[in-house]
Structures are given as structure tokens and as C-alpha cells.
Write a protein that binds this ligand. Structure first.
Ligand SMILES: *Cc1c(COP(=O)(O)O)cnc(C)c1O
Length: 411
């Protein structure tokens, strides 16, 4: 992607961001807010449930038995810790030092399982008898169905009819794992309609636990998802100190809702020397209607229960986003990222489908690692920014493996 308009734009953004005064402070994190972002903007019927969830979560994360149980399943079931792998041939190619945090090696092949196993244990300890989730491309649905099977818990996954038709293999997976897939023909029969139906069900059934898939939505979900994903950063920090004997200069991650990114970043936010770079789904270009780059192109807005950035049309309605990476194809983003952007602590870039495909092929051929197309966005950004930066040490969060992304357009 050298010499493209995009890389010039990125160079300018980098220059600008170096001039931005960093106003990030830990004190901005309070009661479900990240600076002005976050909060619980929901109808009263939901408020009570979410406040109870927040209370139970606060208690359980300080409970040694609960934490021990989470750690047990992380190790024995997911296969943690995941390696921090020095990508020697990739490093040679760009002439810099690049490590990959191998979340693609987790059971089920991505970071999502950290969160679903964590939340299913939360559900169990809260006495829930059933979990529900909504899913677009099916990845979160499969991760939830997996965790539900592990705990022998009843599981319903809500899905738009159109998505279900497009994602038949994931529908089979969920059914094989024992979940019930509930489809809806409402609206456009896609993710946002599935969310509405799931919320209706949630309000009507008091003993149901809503298992949310990313660091988005109303408080306490962004904090809960962060808590279960922060293991990524904790491990990476320990691992890089062991091998390099110092902190990295740069972190790279892709951002859909923002959970794998927050997982990695959380352990380094207070280390001022560590730069943080995030890749959003740029789709086919940089047109508002052909992108999923929420923080680069969107505006602050209350959307789906939280105050954060959102991609909206001129009437302030959330737009139908586009990215070939299903995991990045979402008009909202977690509120902590909105704060990290505004405070200058992290930078956000638009990476197009074509750039991601280029990185997908490069990493496959150079390292024998086929990355998820989502993760490939972070690889593309890192390769672009770190070219000839011989003195720099970087960590890329390889959020998932690419088996799901096989198709002719990748060759
Ligand atoms: C779902 C998914 C993402 C995007 O979700 P985040 O919450 O932003 O992490 C990224 N990579 C993979 C492999 C995914 O499955």
C-alpha cells in the first residue's frame, strides 16, 4: 500500500497526532463512564436489570473462587496463555521488529471466546438458567453457543433471517452445539433487527442473561467485556518484557466494537512511551456509505444504550456500514475507544478491504499464518507505519484465524 493516497493521509494523521496533547487520564474512568462517553442510556425496564448485573459483577470480580474458575477455563479450555510470536520474516520484510499476539490459537480460533467463557461463568454465578445473544455474521453466536455447551446452559441466539441465510455454516455450528437459533424477518432482517427481538425477549424473561459480544452497549457491558479480554494485554506485557526486556514502542489492533483492541491496550494505557494504533474497517474506500470506520468518520451520539461515536446519515440515523470483514462491519464502537481517541491516547485509521487482503496474503506467505480478515486490517496498518523503522518494537494483536475467510477474492 506504499505511495497510496491513504498512506499519505496516514502520514499526515500521524504527524498531527504527535502534536495532539495527550489528555488521557485514568481518573476519567468512573461509574461506567470513560470521560464523557459510556453510561447507561436505556428504558427503565432495563435499568434495574443492568444495575443488578453491575453490582453482581463488582462483587464477583473480587471473589477469589470466581477469579480462580475463570483462570482455570482460560488455561484448560481456551488454551491460554497464547504465544507472543516474533514474526521474523514479516519483520525482515518491513525492516522493523514485529511480534504477533496469537489469539488465533485460542479454542474456536479467535479472542471472542475469552469474553463468552467469562460471561457464561458470570451468568452461572448469578443463577441464570438461560443465556441469549444476538449475532450478525455468526461468530459471536458460535462463541456463545460454545460457552453455553461447556456450562450445560440453555442458549438462544437471535439472528436476522437474511444473515442466517448468508451464514448457514455458522447456523449449523450453533445448532450442533445445542443452541436454538431464533430468526426474525423484521425490518431489514439483519443484526439490528435481531438486537431488537433479543431485547424484547430479555425484558420479558427475568432469569435470562444477555451475553454481549463486544465492549459496546450500556454500562456495565463495556467494563465486563474489557475485564475478560484484558488477559490479552496482561500476557503480552509479561511476554514482551521477558523476550525484549523492555516495553513495546507500538501496539496495533483492529477495531469493530473494540474488544480485542481494548484487551491488548488495557495493560499499556499508563505507559506513555507506548503508542497505540487502531485499524477500522475502511470498506471499499473512504465514502461514508461504503465504510465501517466509526471513529475516523463518525460523530458522538447516544446509540444502543451508550454515548460513543457512531456512523450516521445527515438525519442522525445509524447507517448500514460496509466492510468485507464481518467482525468490523458495525456502525457503533465501544465508549472507551471514543475516549481514547478524543484524549489522543490512541489513534484510529481507516484500512480498506484491498489493503487488508494484501496483508492477509503477505502474512500467510511469509509466516504460514492465515489471519482473520479482521486481524489483517491491523497487520496492514502495522506494515505501512513500521516500514524501515528499524529501531521500533511492535505488537500486533492477531485477533483470529482466517479459515472462515477462504474464498476466491483472497487469492
Ligand atoms: C469479532 C471479531 C473482531 C471484531 O470485534 P472486536 O470487538 O472489535 O474485537 C475482530 N477480529 C476477529 C477475528 C473477530 O472475530
Amino acid at each position: 500500500m506504499e505511495n497510496t493516497a491513504n498512506s499519505q493521509q496516514q502520514a499526515q494523521q500521524t504527524q498531527k497526532s504527535q502534536q495532539v496533547k495527550r489528555t488521557y487520564t485514568k481518573e476519567a474512568y468512573q461509574n461506567g463512564f470513560f470521560g464523557p462517553y459510556g453510561g447507561m442510556y436505556v428504558p427503565d425496564v432495563l435499568k434495574g436489570k443492568l444495575e443488578y448485573l453491575a453490582e453482581q459483577f463488582e462483587q464477583l470480580k473480587n471473589d477469589r473462587q470466581f477469579v480462580g474458575e475463570v483462570n482455570y477455563y482460560f488455561r484448560q479450555y481456551i488454551g491460554r496463555p497464547s504465544p507472543l510470536y516474533y514474526a521474523e520474516r514479516l519483520s525482515k520484510e518491513v525492516n522493523s521488529r514485529i511480534y504477533l499476539k496469537r489469539e488465533d490459537l485460542n479454542h474456536t480460533g479467535a479472542h471472542k471466546i475469552n469474553n463468552t467463557v467469562g460471561q457464561i461463568l458470570l451468568a452461572k454465578h448469578m443463577g441464570a438458567t438461560e443465556v441469549i445473544a444476538e449475532t450478525g455474521a455468526g461468530q459471536h453466536g458460535v462463541a456463545t453457543a460454545t460457552a453455553a455447551a461447556l456450562m450445560g446452559m440453555k442458549c438462544k441466539v437471535f439472528m436476522g433471517q437474511k444473515d442466517a441465510e448468508r451464514q448457514q455454516v455458522n447456523v449449523y455450528r450453533m445448532k450442533i452445539l445445542g443452541a436454538e437459533v431464533v430468526t426474525t424477518e423484521q425490518g431489514t432482517a439483519t443484526l439490528k433487527d435481531a438486537i431488537n427481538v433479543a431485547l424484547e425477549y430479555y425484558v420479558k424473561h427475568p432469569d435470562v442473561f444477555y451475553l454481549l459480544g463486544s465492549a459496546v452497549g450500556p454500562h456495565p457491558y463495556p467494563s465486563i467485556v474489557r475485564y475478560f479480554q484484558q488477559v490479552i494485554g496482561q500476557e503480552a506485557r509479561r511476554q514482551i518484557l521477558e523476550t525484549e526486556n523492555r516495553l513495546p514502542d507500538n501496539l496495533f489492533a483492529c477495531v469493530g466494537g473494540g474488544s480485542n483492541a481494548i484487551g491488548l491496550y488495557s495493560a499499556f494505557l499508563d505507559d506513555e512511551t507506548v503508542n497505540i494504533y487502531s485499524a477500522e474497517g475502511g470498506g471499499e474506500g473512504e465514502l461514508l456509505y461504503k465504510t465501517a470506520s466509526t471513529l475516523v468518520m463518525g460523530s458522538p451520539l447516544v446509540f444502543q444504550g451508550t454515548y460513543s461515536y457512531c456512523l450516521v446519515d445527515p438525519d442522525n440515523n445509524a447507517v448500514d456500514t460496509y466492510s468485507m470483514a464481518a467482525g468490523l462491519d458495525y456502525p457503533g464502537v465501544g465508549p472507551e475507544h471514543a475516549y481514547l481517541k478524543d484524549s489522543g491516547r490512541a489513534q484510529y485509521y481507516c484500512v480498506t478491504d484491498q489493503q487488508a487482503i494484501g496483508a492477509f496474503r503477505k502474512l500467510s506467505m511469509l509466516e504460514g499464518i492465515i489471519p482473520a480478515i479482521e486481524s489483517s486490517h491491523a497487520v496492514a496498518l502495522a506494515m505501512d507505519m513500521m516500514r524501515e523503522r528499524t529501531d521500533q518494537v511492535s505488537i500486533i494483536n492477531l485477533s483470529g484465524r482466517g479459515d472462515k475467510d477462504m474464498g476466491r477474492e483472497m487469492i
